[in-house]
Design a protein around this ligand. Sequence first.
Ligand SMILES: *Cc1c(COP(=O)(O)O)cnc(C)c1O
Length: 493
Amino acid sequence: MIETALPDRIAHLESIARALEPGAADRSALLREVNQYAEEFLESLPDRPAYHVTDAMGIGIREGRVEEEPPGLSRALDLLREHVDGPGLNPASGGHLGYIPGGGIYTSALGDFLSDISNRYAGVFFGGPGAVRLENLVTRWVADVVGYPDSAAGVHLAGGSMANLVALATARDARGLRGKDYQQAVVYLTSQTHHCIEKSLRVLGLGECHVRQVPLDDRYRMRPDDLDRLIVADGAAGLKPWLVVASAGTTDVGAVDPLTAIAEVSARHGLWYHVDAAYGGFFGLTEHGRSMLRGMELSDSVVLDPHKSLFLPYGSGVLLVRDGARLAETNHYEAHYMQDAKKVTDELSPADLSPELTRPFRALRLWLPLMIHGVAPFRAALEEKCLLARYFRHEVARRGFWVGPEPDLSVVVYRYIPERMRAPGAELDWPAVDRYNEQLVEAIRRDGRVFVSSTRLGGRFTLRIAVVVHRTHLTTIHTTLTVLDELVNQLGK
Ligand SMILES: *Cc1c(COP(=O)(O)O)cnc(C)c1O
């Protein structure tokens, strides 16, 4: 193409590219249609199943292929309604009592909307000074919930798995672990630790480390005396103990490890002490939670997921490191093309605190709800969830179910042992009991009014509920009990 023809070609391309920037009238129309979809979804939530089994299981979404001719918003919303927001688990439902994250508060979605509209860059202070200060302000609030000192720093990541990954990288560097040490290095956790910890070790190249599962007490919590014993034995054998991972709210049973006692053992042996409070951390806003989580503030690093116990939509995990300089040491980098963005204040920049450079303005989705609602409704909701779990446990126990320990937070484990299998004096036919409970959980899923999940505890098939959706209330628990009553009657008492 000859250079003089360029302006014509450019103008032509512009006329097509401008479709990416709808005008005010078009924006209103788009927003109205999207809002109508959102309203329909939210208004129908109480009547929607928590789990919806369909034959197609979403296969029809393949009609939404990307093609040169765009089908348009209405068609796209139809496809979403039918094939995405229909089948499978509905995590927005109050009846979602299965996996831990769920819910999704509306005002947080508005925060996402605003941060996406302005696309404010919250990675480096130079680019978004106000946005970075806001992120740090919210981080400090989370640090206050934990009880960390002013030296702490933290960063908002996509979720607990990412936050744990960055925590372990920081722990590795802070303890001076080098490649030649990996085969001697030892990590201490329990069989109840979330699998993302071992996944992180592998992703970080630390897969060769020894991983010790510290024995549990009868409430599925780490035993600090056994931790101490294992560390001493490993040290005597010439190994390098370097990291303890405690859980503040385990996935299976919601147990909180004895955080203070573990802190003492870790400190005595000079190990990095990480607390995975992805699920449990924000229960620290309540009086009960604060007493359960005592000792969390003694850790070297901690992870809390706002998309769990602050009910945010998926996409928020916070990592805090007590000595914030450690976090920066592992993640700070300089590059020529970043020279304009050199440090100009003491305000830490998120890009220096995690592997991410270009990242969403994540703190806004947490800050905006806190500005609109204040802390009180979160605190009340968290206490309500703990009490719902306690109430549910009491009610299923009353119905003859086996129940696990009184919940530390908001998870209850239980299973049904049919009367016909409870031959007095005889050994239980465990495979038959397992099968019964497997059938029960499948029947609950097919029924769909509520969704509960299952796990294995001590090798036995076990049902669990985790109450972590802000829309779960007393009526939901009553529905769950009704569903259990009906299905146990069907399957045989
Ligand atoms: C959910 C959870 C994780 C993983 O976090 P994601 O946000 O799902 O990535 C890690 N640890 C615990 C204890 C959890 O509950």
